[in-house]
Design a protein. Structure first.
Length: 285
């Protein structure tokens, strides 16, 4: 039997992070997995609770959380913090992830967590955040396993005409197709990308990853082309990663067939889940 406990953290910049700890029914210190959701995602979306419960049942302490600029609050399935979403940046997400890592390797889980056996799992844009962290100080030498699902290879994803309109209007509006909400991203996100291009270079960070890395990607991904997985795999092989594997899932889309509310695992999602738990058990246990 696993248990789930809520937590809240404050980042050095004063942003609040809401999260959930999924704990195994084991008294001894267990390996830790931090899970990062993607753009317009949240810790309770679709497959994340199922993934967390599965890993906790396998003996891992799992920390999942909402990025502070996700627009989401615990227990809700629509974005209600639209001001937070508008103010979000990629660098802010890095600070969020580092704050969670500090907490789980500290005393967040008490004596339940073994801080020496640490992994990060990220989906989509959350995969990009995980790669940046795994390839950079201070976490590069502490993370012992990395898994990315449908990860982006770059945060620079819109054209120059759209960027010009973004600068003209002060916001860039995106549609949340699941909820029908039109959500605004502020200029801070674009400024962050342009002013910190080197430190936010996901592919460059992929060359610096030193943890064994499993890259899982659907071959029919409609949001992040599978070519980006190939790019990341080549970067890992050309860099410092001691071992990387690319698991291409034929006919799978961006969420491996999963929806929200969750309707159970699909064959594509089951393949991603099985590959992930096998990878984590191999490199953390």
């Amino acid at each position: 039997m696993t248990t789930t406990e809520p937590f809240t953290l404050d980042t050095p910049s004063g942003h609040r992070i809401d999260g959930l700890l999924d704990l195994p029914d084991r008294p001894d210190p267990r390996p830790v997995v931090v899970v990062c959701h993607g753009f317009k995602g949240f810790m309770e979306w679709g497959f994340f609770p199922y993934l967390a419960e599965l890993l906790a049942d396998r003996g891992f302490v799992v920390a999942r959380f909402n990025f502070s600029g996700s627009g989401m609050r615990p227990g809700e399935d629509r974005a209600t913090d639209l001001a937070g979403f508008r103010a979000n940046t990629f660098s802010r997400e890095q600070e969020d992830l580092h704050t969670v890592l500090d907490a789980v390797t500290g005393n967040l889980a008490g004596n339940r967590a073994d801080s020496k056996r640490l992994a990060v799992v990220g989906h989509s844009r959350g995969g990009g955040a995980a790669i940046l962290t795994a390839g950079s100080a201070p976490w590069r030498n502490s993370i012992r396993a990395l898994v990315t699902w449908a990860s982006v290879a770059t945060f620079d994803r819109i054209g120059e005409e759209e960027k010009a309109a973004w600068r003209r209007d002060g916001v860039f509006t995106v549609l949340n197709s699941r909820t029908g909400q039109e959500m605004e991203m502020g200029l801070g996100l674009l400024d962050d990308l342009e002013q910190n291009r080197a430190t936010l270079d996901v592919t460059a960070a992929a060359q610096r990853v030193s943890a064994p890395w499993l890259i899982v990607h659907g071959e029919e991904d409609e949001s992040v082309p599978v070519a980006e997985a190939d790019t990341l795999h080549r970067a890992a092989e050309a860099g410092e990663c001691p071992r990387s594997e690319l698991e291409r899932v034929s006919e799978a889309g961006h969420t491996f067939g999963a929806v929200h509310p969750f309707a159970g695992p699909t064959p594509h999602l089951t393949r991603a889940l099985n590959a992930t738990q096998t990878w984590l058990r191999r490199h953390l246990e």
